[in-house]
Design a protein around this ligand. Sequence first.
Ligand code: NDP
Ligand code: 2IT
Length: 457
Amino acid sequence: MTNVSDPIAKTVQPELEQFMQGLIKRNPGEMEFHQAVREVAESVMPFVMDHAKYRDAQILERMTEPDRIVIFRVTWEDDQGSIRANRAWRVQFSNAIGAYKGGLRFHPTVTLSVLKFLGFEQVFKNSLTGLPMGGAKGGSNFNPRGKSEREVMRFCQSLMVELHRHIGEDTDVPAGDIGVGTREIGFMYGMYKRLENRVAGVLTGKGLTFGGSLVRMEATGYGCVYFCENMLNHRGDSLESKTVAISGSGNVATYAAEKVVQLGGKVVTLADSDGFIHDPAGIDEQKLEFVKELKEVRRGRIQEYTERFASATYHEGKRPWGVACDVALPCATQNELDGDDARTLLAHGVQVVGEGANMPVTPEGIRLLLDGKIFYAPGKAANAGGVAASGLEQSQNALRLSWSRDEVDERLRSIMREIHDKCVEHGNENGFINYQQGANIAGFVKVADAMLAYGVV
Ligand code: NDP
Ligand code: 2IT
């Protein structure tokens, strides 16, 4: 296998730069999208150059152009009676291997560039799951922070008044992401049913009483930890007794922490966008229950943890990567772990970095981790458990039945193991497993072959 620092890869460098220049010209100012495409193109370009069928079909150019993008206004009324207008998008990136599938994000930092990067990565991630799912992403620049439940409900309802025209169980199936959890999916699904007068699996992450799947809520965090455990098992090690630093305190972070604790590891940090808490005594299951209640029910700040547990300290405005750990799990947002953070982690002897979030490690950070020859698991492999469980929710909805917790969890485990094994197969560089390379190639081949089969469309 090759990467850009290999001699073979040097011969494709001009092709890569020419491709990137074209992409940047066609998508000006979309920095996150450029970053996500470059990350894949660096892995895949040598492979494309080696295979005339992909090169001649302009497969990379076609894969980086979304099928379509819907942009719309969401008007709603706040609790003071003021009229608010937000912008929302649905980026339907590729349905080459299945109906569009991917989350909705509500956050003030949401832009078209962010959603295009997420939609692009989703195509490869969904391919890796082995399930028949295409890739999409959507969301809005709506800021849920400080909004009342009624305001969130009115926003979700108004968004669905437009979105319902563009989704369907065989067309496009949205789910949650940052700022969108079971509560928001409930509000959106309620409005969908009212508008369409039909009950169908058009959204995943639904509540358990109306079509949701057991383990969907836990699946991204659990899956990420299963993936890290698989990597460690591959060299005869495990998470038992490992010290783990986690960023974020939302859906992915809390369930990653829960699974680490179940597997015998010690979680020492959690965070939110204001700062992080460090608890050297370890965040055990009882402390995690407090965090879940704090974040999911009361929607408070992580700083409150230190008022309850005296063993912890709060670090305002800082990220947790300065804390010595064996395993780091960035589970908050994109570009939250940069080159300096990677150097600090490596200096402290980090062995595993598993991306629970999408694109949390910057390009420089990735290069340093790979040069350091540690286990680096890219998000499109490590956090694929969430969308995989969404795919299982779709299957249960189509069958009109519900599988048990053990059944879904067992399927999730086996999907994560299969993704791990595909990365090993495609990312073996003389004994060192480059999981980034493995994930990109394995995800690419399935989508590319489907596109070739369809001819010029
Ligand atoms: P949540 O909204 O549940 O939690 C997000 C967490 O990250 C919160 O603690 C939030 O802090 C923090 N955060 C958000 N934005 C920033 C920021 N700009 N800087 C610092 N911290 C931030 O989202 P999820 O847990 O669902 O998503 C987390 C990540 O995982 C995202 O990258 C998402 O794309 C990815 N992901 C999610 C999946 C899912 O199934 N939900 C599946 C696969 C990946 P605060 O409360 O202060 O906003
Ligand atoms: O980034 C992701 O994979 C998600 N937010 C989950 C998408 C899904 O459809 O479950």
